[in-house]
Write a protein that binds this ligand. Structure first.
Ligand SMILES: Nc1ncnc2c1ncn2[C@@H]1O[C@H](COP(=O)(O)OP(=O)(O)OP(=O)(O)O)[C@@H](O)[C@H]1O
Ligand SMILES: [Mg+2]
Length: 500
């Protein structure tokens, strides 16, 4: 934090509360933010972090309480109003318009005009400035591209650029690094440090606890909609923060066990794609957890998509259970008992307008039939079981997924695939945005799957998770496998050495 002479209070909330039907999302939150500080919000999924920041950013209205900006009481009416007051936010879920270009999205709502206030929109300035802002984030994207054509990480970058373009006093980042790799995270931190120097106050929500020490000045913990405590980062540690979040002591260990790995279930040989990867060969065994990692551009996601028939290869062969197979489409992969849980789950993993029960069972309907008919009772029991195991925070499993917090939506995706009877499951960034307690449960569930013979491919940029859970790790770089590490020799440092 800057010295106390120069930092001043820029935001204060007093007694902020919010209720949704049947859920007290926030109760009586007192909070303050200083200029030039990074104030981290922590809490389990559903604790109220997004709701609280959405209120400050004008996207949600509070039922009670007061908000002060620069010590002046304000009544924030909308996102646009919040922006005018100097509050910008990068939301947990994308707020971009897919049919508009990158530049149009960045300046949507505050388009620069020629000749001051009156002229037509200054398109050239808009495009140049957009490219410049993205450049600051270490990104070059053609600013004339439609946002709908971008991948998850690129869309994130456009959202950061959009927030930066508003020159705000208060910047809110809701799980900004959830889909970013180590290098992109570093780039974002550089930008955050620069914003701090310009005296911007930053509210930063994350489930990656290592980030607290790296970027935070103060930290506030939420539990069940209430503020539990605000601490200086220098005065606390991870164990204390976990205890404050979950309300009890918890050991952060991985449930990995030494065990007998079975026969080969999948053999990939010489997979090549003209753009993304060359000559990739590896095998996967029954009951094995195979980690895959690499930086952006290493080809790690593309190779998984190719295996699943979602990306066409120019050369290569694949065997499943000893038989040569050709997989050209995801549905052929599914017929071969494969499942793929992509990182971009809102796009590809959930039906937001269905309830939790349907979303849980949709990938494995057969399991839930009796005499060929779908059994409500069986479906309900399965959803109920995962609700408890993964601690999905909801009054009932009949709730529409749209109404769950971001992390609880992710848990439903995991439930869906954990309950499928696939023999090979590919998880891409499975615990992104998931709180510590549920992470631990999920790791246990994966371990149980592996013990019962399922082969798991785990692609994760959460290095402690990758190292803690994998039997073997393949490290990719520039389209090739550059390192193969066994569990006994796995360390985060080694993985990074190969990856960079
Ligand atoms: N639109 C909505 N309708 C009904 N309930 C909602 C709605 N939005 C949020 N909630 C509920 O409010 C509570 C707080 O949710 P919030 O999204 O603020 O949690 P969070 O701390 O951001 O969690 P996460 O880490 O999972 O993102 C949750 O119980 C959630 O189900
Ligand atoms: Mg949230």
């Amino acid at each position: 934090m800057k010295s106390s002479q120069t930092s001043r209070e820029i935001l204060r909330t007093v007694g902020v509360s919010k209720e949704y039907p049947g859920v007290k999302a926030l109760s009586n939150v007192d909070f303050d933010l200083l200029s030039g500080e990074v104030h981290i919000l922590l809490g389990e999924n559903g604790a109220g972090k997004s709701t609280f920041t959405q209120i400050v950013a004008g996207a949600v209205h509070n039922d009670n309480g007061e908000i002060y900006l620069d010590r002046k009481k304000v009544n924030i009416k909308s996102c646009l109003h919040a922006q005018e007051l100097g509050v910008g936010m990068v939301f947990q879920e994308s707020h971009l318009l897919p049919l508009l270009t990158v530049a149009e999205n960045i300046f949507c709502g505050h388009e620069p005009l020629k000749k001051g206030e009156k002229g037509p929109i200054d398109w050239n300035y808009m495009r140049e400035k957009s490219a410049e802002l993205l450049g600051k984030l270490g990104y070059t994207i053609d600013v004339n591209t439609k946002v709908g054509q971008l991948n998850l990480v690129e869309r994130r970058m456009v959202e950061f650029a959009k927030a930066l373009s508003q020159n705000c006093k208060v910047m809110i980042l809701d799980e900004p690094t959830a889909s970013l790799s180590a290098k992109e995270t570093e780039q974002l931190f550089t930008v955050i440090r620069e914003l701090k120097k310009q005296n911007v106050g930053i509210i930063y929500i994350s489930h990656r606890l290592d980030e607290v020490k790296r970027i935070g000045d103060r930290v506030t913990v939420f539990r069940n909609g209430a503020k539990i405590k605000t601490l200086r980062v220098a005065d606390t540690d991870t164990d204390e923060l976990i205890e404050l979040m979950v309300g009890r002591k918890m050991e952060s260990i991985y449930p990995w066990e030494e065990r007998q790995i079975g026969e080969t279930v999948m053999k990939v040989e010489g997979f090549t794609h003209p753009k993304y990867f060359q000559n990739i060969s590896f095998s996967l065994h029954r009951g094995e957890i195979l980690g895959i990692c690499g930086l952006k551009g290493s080809g790690k996601s593309e190779i998984l998509r190719a295996i699943f028939g979602d990306l066409k290869i120019s050369d290569g062969k694949m065997e499943i259970a000893g038989k040569m197979v050709t997989i050209h489409t995801p549905s052929q992969a599914i017929q071969n008992k494969m499942a793929y849980v992509p990182a971009d789950r809102r796009r590809e993993g959930l039906n937001l307008n269905f309830d939790i029960v349907k979303n849980t069972t949709i990938a494995s309907m057969k399991k839930f039939t009796v005499w060929g008919l779908l059994s409500d009772k069986k479906e309900l029991a399965a959803a109920q079981q995962y609700k408890e195991q993964l601690q999905i925070k909801t009054p009932t499993v009949k709730k529409m997924v749209r109404q769950l917090s971001g992390g609880n939506q992710q848990k439903v995706v995991l439930a869906k695939w954990l309950s499928s009877d696939a023999q090979i499951i590919i998880f891409e960034e499975p615990t992104n945005g998931i709180d510590v307690g549920a992470k631990f449960e999920f790791h246990q569930l994966i371990m149980e799957l592996a013990k019962s013979g399922t082969a798991v491919i785990l692609m994760s940029s959460d290095l402690p998770e990758l190292v803690g859970m994998s039997d073997r790790v393949l490290v990719m770089k520039e389209g090739s496998i550059v390192g193969r590490l066994e569990h006994a020799e796995l360390t985060q440092e080694k993985v990074l050495q190969y990856a960079t």
